[in-house]
Design a protein around this ligand. Sequence first.
Ligand SMILES: [Mn+2]
Length: 289
Amino acid sequence: MTPPLHANPGAFGMLPEAPDYAASRFAILPLPYDGTTTWQNGAARGPQAILDASPALEYYDIETGTEPYREGLITMAPVEPAGTPEATIERIRAAAAALLRDGKTVVGLGGEHSVTIGLVQAHAAHFPGLSVLQFDAHTDTRDSYLGSRCNHACAMARVAELCDYVQVGIRSMDVAETARLRPGRTFYAHDHDEAAILAAIERELRDPLYVTIDLDVLDPSEMPATGTPEPGGLRYRQLTRLLAEVCRRRRVVGFDVVELMPIEGFRAPDFLAARLVYQLLAFLTAGGR
Ligand SMILES: [Mn+2]
């Protein structure tokens, strides 16, 4: 098990008291990896940028009336990349599995989207019947890409081997991926329909549920700091409204926020990512099912 970071700064949020591992419900797991990124890299700096922005968060969440940090929020040491994508994914799986064994809710901070493979492997082993909800501009369902089955473009192909999933916000894919799509489970940004998405989540996914958020699901006007800022994405509020509903209707047992590629000197996207993490913690704190 990686030792927890005890000192602020460096931990998520500028917490009023030192977090206690045993008493923490939520464990932030930084995953600074971008070994298979194709166009622009820099996502390895994403987790630290989120942690650096997080002390600017308020403890109190207006929408839910909660203070999520009171549930216990601890930041773990980063999982450092290994020599190959496969070895890195295995390290991530092992780190997440250890936290799950200790009863933590794991919050993965990416890093490129392939980190989700290790996180979902750990969650699927710990929670039989796990389903996955993916927010992303990209389908990520190539079977292999550039010689690896653990490439970021294959994240959901690996997830699909373990779990049912629904994907939301899609607006970029290869024609070969169209054959892999399952009807009623892929929702495109160009005809975003909240009611249809929620109906599909009810219909296609079971409890427990894991949520993976590739930040490029958001419109680049609000979230420009990704490797592939696809135009025409979701607004922040569209995303959080869906997440609030999902947390009410399903038992969300873990999540990740990935693909932040920080832009030097421009911290708003880093803060958005930190806020999104804390908003999801608030939805989990407010509870539902
Ligand atoms: Mn993506």
